[in-house]
Design a protein around this ligand. Structure first.
Ligand code: PHE
Length: 464
C-alpha cells in the first residue's frame, strides 16, 4: 500500500511505466492527437502560417513546457490523479476544485473527441475502398458520415469501445503496450506522407506560406490562438500530465522527460503542416479553410489526383486517416485514464468497472455532439452562440477550461505549494534540476501573467 508522508508517497502499490522511454511515448501519445494533425495546420492556416508558427514555438517554450513540468511534478510527488494530487498537497482547501475541473474537462473532451475520431474510422474504410476518386463529391460524402445519425453514433461507439479496451489493460499492459506500437507507426506514416506532400508539383508555394513569416500578421488574436492551441496540443490544464506523471518511477528524470514530450509534440505538429500546406497549395486552395471542412472535405477532394495515379490517392488517403485515428486513440486513452484514475484512487472502484462507467458516460454526453454536424438542425447551429454543439463544447472545455486549469496549476505550484517542494521532487532521482531557476521564474511570473492576459483577451473577444 502507498503511504502518506507529507503528501509524498512511496511508490509501492502504484502502477509505474516500464521505462523512461515508455513514459515518454505514452505522454507523447497523449499530446499528439487530432490537435496536432488537424488542429495545428488549421489554426496556423487561419492565422498567417509562418508568423503563427513562430508565436506558437514561443508559447510552447515559455508557457507550455513549464506547465508540463509542473503537472508531471504534481503527479509524481503525490502518485495520484488530479483530484487526489490537490487533496494530498492542500488538504481541505478549495484547490481540489482545480482537480475536479480537470476530471470534468476530461470527460467532456473525451466525449466530442471520440466523435471526430469515429469519423476517421469511417474515412479509413472509405478511402481504402476508393470512394475518393477524381470528381468525388466530398461534401456529400462527409454529410453521409457526420450528418447521418446512425453512422455518426455507430462510428463514435466503435471508437469509444477501442479506447475503453486499451484503458482496460491498465498502465503497463494497456496504455504502455499500445503506445509503444502505435507511436513509432505514427511517426513512420507521418514522414512518408510528408515526403509525398512536399514533392507534389506546386508544393513550394505551400512551404513558403508555412516558413516565410509576415510579421504584419501577428495580432493579439494570433497570440491567443497560438497559446490556446499549445495547451490543447500538449494535453495541459486538465491533469492528463498529472495522471501520467503519477506513474513515473522516482528513478526517472522529469525535466528531460518534459522536454522530450514537448519536443515530440511540437515536431509532429510541424510535420503535419508539411503534409497539409503543400497539398492544399498543390490544388490551388486557400490554407484558411478550417475545421472539419479542411480535412474531411478539402483534403479528400485531392486524393483523386495524387500521383502516381490511380492508386496514389488511395495510399496517401488511407495512410492519412490511419494516422489520424492512431493519433486520436493514444489521446482519447489518456483522457479516459485521467477519469479512471480518479475513480479508482478516490472511490476505490475497480479499473474495469471505472473504464466502462466513464467511457459509457462520455459516450452518452457525446450524443448531441455526434448529431451536431448536420444530423439535427439546431445542434448544428446553436441559437445565440451560432456554433455547432461540438465546436461549442470544444470552445468551453478544449480552450477555456484548459487555460483556466493551467493558470491555477501554475499559481499553485509557483506560489502556494511552492517552488522548493517542487524542486525537491525533481531532484529526488539524481539531485539535479537543470534550468531550475529559469523554470521557477517562468512558472511564477511568465505563465500566470501570460495566461491572465490571454483570458482577458478571450473575454474581451466574447463581448467585443
Ligand atoms: N493533446 C491532444 C491533441 O492534441 C488532446 C488532449 C487534450 C488530450 C487534453 C488529453 C488532454 O489532440
Amino acid at each position: 500500500m502507498a503511504t502518506d508522508v507529507g503528501g509524498s508517497r512511496t511508490q509501492a502499490g502504484r502502477a509505474t511505466w516500464g521505462s523512461k522511454i515508455a513514459f515518454i511515448l505514452a505522454a507523447a501519445g497523449s499530446a499528439v492527437g487530432l490537435g496536432n494533425i488537424w488542429g495545428f495546420p488549421t489554426v496556423a492556416g487561419q492565422n498567417g502560417g509562418a508568423a503563427f508558427l513562430l508565436v506558437y514555438l514561443g508559447g510552447v517554450a515559455f508557457i507550455g513546457a513549464p506547465v508540463m513540468l509542473a503537472e508531471l511534478i504534481l503527479g509524481r510527488r503525490t502518485l495520484r490523479n488530479p483530484v487526489g494530487a490537490f487533496k494530498a498537497l492542500a488538504p481541505r482547501s478549495a484547490w481540489v476544485m482545480v482537480g475536479g475541473l480537470g476530471v470534468l474537462t476530461g470527460v467532456v473532451i473525451l466525449s466530442f473527441y471520440t466523435v471526430i475520431a469515429g469519423w476517421t474510422l469511417a474515412y479509413i474504410l472509405k478511402t481504402i475502398t476508393g470512394t475518393f476518386g477524381a470528381g468525388a463529391d466530398t461534401a456529400a460524402i462527409f454529410a453521409d458520415v457526420a450528418g447521418n445519425p446512425v453512422a455518426a453514433i455507430g462510428w463514435h461507439l466503435a471508437f469509444m469501445i477501442i479506447t475503453i479496451a486499451v484503458v482496460f489493460g491498465g498502465v503497463r499492459d494497456g496504455i504502455e503496450r499500445w503506445t509503444k506500437v502505435l507511436m513509432p507507426l505514427l511517426a513512420v506514416l507521418l514522414v512518408l506522407l510528408a515526403i509525398r506532400a512536399v514533392t507534389l508539383p506546386g508544393a513550394g508555394a505551400g512551404l513558403e506560406f508555412y516558413f516565410k513569416p509576415d510579421f504584419s500578421k501577428v495580432t493579439g488574436g494570433v497570440v491567443l490562438a497560438a497559446i490556446g492551441q499549445a495547451f490543447f496540443s500538449l494535453s495541459l490544464g486538465m491533469g492528463a500530465m498529472i495522471t501520467y506523471g503519477s506513474y513515473v518511477s522516482k528513478k526517472d528524470d522529469l525535466v528531460s522527460s518534459a522536454a522530450w514530450v514537448t519536443a515530440f509534440d511540437t515536431s509532429i505538429a510541424i510535420l503535419a503542416g508539411l503534409i497539409i500546406f503543400p497539398t492544399l497549395f498543390y490544388a490551388g486552395l486557400e490554407p484558411g479553410v478550417g475545421g472539419a471542412g479542411m480535412v474531411f472535405v478539402v483534403l479528400t477532394s485531392l486524393f483523386g489526383s495524387i500521383p502516381p495515379e490511380p492508386y496514389g490517392g488511395v495510399i496517401f488517403g488511407t495512410g492519412f486517416f490511419l494516422l489520424l485515428a492512431i493519433a486520436a486513440l493514444t489521446s482519447s486513452v489518456s483522457l479516459l485514464e485521467v477519469t479512471v484514475a480518479w475513480l479508482t484512487d478516490e472511490r476505490k472502484v475497480p479499473r474495469h468497472r471505472a473504464a466502462i462507467m466513464l467511457g459509457g458516460l462520455a459516450f452518452l454526453i457525446a450524443v448531441p455532439s455526434a448529431l451536431a454536424n448536420g444530423a439535427v438542425g439546431w445542434l448544428s447551429s446553436l441559437p445565440v452562440v451560432g456554433l455547432d454543439f461540438l465546436t461549442f463544447l470544444f470552445t468551453i472545455f478544449g480552450q477555456y477550461a484548459l487555460v483556466i486549469g493551467a493558470l491555477f496549476i501554475s499559481l499553485f505550484v509557483g506560489w502556494v505549494w511552492g517552488i522548493s517542494a517542487a524542486g525537491e521532487e525533481v531532484r529526488v532521482n539524481d539531485g539535479k534540476f537543470p534550468l531550475g531557476r529559469t523554470w521557477a521564474f517562468l512558472i511564477r511570473f511568465v505563465c500566470p501573467v501570460a495566461i491572465v492576459l490571454i483570458l482577458g483577451q478571450l473575454i474581451y473577444s466574447l463581448i467585443g
